[in-house]
Design a protein around this ligand. Structure first.
Ligand code: KG4
Ligand code: ZN
Length: 335
């Protein structure tokens, strides 16, 4: 079975071809970073308009690299939400059109389930239940997974997502967009012990994350020390800020591990590309002797291979149904 995945939930136009016997055959991602960089963040209308311009070419390219004709695709899969509504509608309607024309099933995929399924592209024998930490620009959530698509949320952010906090501080310091990879690179050269950030304490005993306190503390340090992009302590400051986020992510993970005693630990989402987070996550998993899984970097940030992987799980669990013409996009997760 060949699955064509399409992803346009945010500012990446992506398509991938997955075969149940050979795994991922192509994974094409066109980033709009350069389009949004002058604004320091995503401009939703521009994102939708660029998806419309690129989606045909990206799908063609994914088929070409996979050496498949579109007639050889058995199932179309597409991100249904959450995400930017205009962006989602472009991919969803394009996929609907393909499924309709070729009379093939269309599998709608939840973006968060796509991220947590990204780990399945490279690992088949994960020991469940697993704790899956999804850290991206839009989400910071910890899921307890009984099996791949059966998740219960254990902790989530009450304010900013971790990637959003990194992007905002980078924007404030005029370092460029997106800020996460820039901070990753600069922080390598800094001393993470230079600036102190206190971990937030939830008074109601919940496991939730909060990153807005770090952001406020960071803005205070910036003001007090006159930190700019040319400041001699810029890298130290960024390394300390990054370290605070990593400590917070891992401290809640550690509490959850004690409560839920999972068989595996999974890290996914765009921020899972961060080198220090990858290392800290693996080191922590080693100290508690639990096997850990982190997808290769290209499967962490938004991509369509993970959409196809989640669709394949759905097909295995529930079988195939015909295209539903009533399928619509959702900007936030339905309650
Ligand atoms: O998963 P993703 O592509 O999109 C969302 O679903 O949000 O994640 C994008 C986020 C952005 O905040 C970006 O700054 C962050 O992932 N990111 C990183 C790195 N690469 C991307 N953050 C830290 N270090 C990186 N190397
Ligand atoms: Zn994402």
């Amino acid at each position: 079975m060949n699955i064509l995945g399409i992803e346009t939930s945010c500012d990446e136009t992506a398509a991938a071809v997955f075969s149940d016997s050979q795994g991922i055959l192509s994974n094409i991602v066109l980033s709009q970073d350069e389009i949004h960089a002058p604004y320091g963040g995503i401009v939703p209308e521009l994102a939708s308009r660029h998806h419309i311009l690129s989606v045909t070419y990206i799908v063609d390219e994914s088929l070409r690299r996979a050496e498949k004709k579109i007639e050889e695709i058995d199932v179309f899969a597409v991100t249904q939400g959450p995400g930017l509504i205009g962006s989602l509608l472009v991919g969803l309607n394009f996929a609907k059109g393909l499924a309709y024309y070729f009379n093939k099933p269309l599998v709608p995929v939840d973006h968060l389930e796509a991220h947590t399924s990204s780990v399945l592209l490279e690992n088949q024998n994960i020991n469940y239940p697993a704790l899956a930490l999804l850290v991206s620009g839009g989400h910071t959530s910890l899921f307890l997974q009984e099996k791949p698509l059966e998740s219960r949320i254990i902790a989530k952010t009450r304010d900013d997502a971790a990637g959003e906090a990194l992007d905002k501080i980078a924007k404030f310091l005029e370092l460029g967009y997106p800020g996460g990879p820039i901070i990753d690179r600069l922080a390598q050269k800094g001393n993470p012990g230079s600036f102190h950030f206190s971990l937030p304490q939830m008074t109601d005993g919940s496991l939730d994350y909060s990153f807005s306190g770090f952001k406020t503390a960071a803005l205070q340090y910036i003001k007090q020390h006159g930190i700019t992009r040319d400041h001699p302590q810029l890298n130290d400051f960024l390394a300390s800020f990054e370290q605070a986020i990593i400590r917070s992510l891992l401290s809640i993970l550690a509490k959850s591990v004690k409560t839920y005693r999972p068989g595996s630990l999974i890290l996914c989402g765009g921020v899972a590309r961060n080198k220090k987070l990858r290392k800290a996550f693996k080191d922590y998993a080693n100290t508690v002797s639990i096997k850990s899984y982190i997808p290769s970097p290209e499967f962490c940030t938004d991509n369509a291979a993970m959409v196809a992987a989640a669709a394949w799980e759905q097909v295995k669990n529930k079988g195939l149904s015909r295209i539903s013409l009533g399928l619509n996009a959702y900007p936030r997760k339905p309650l």
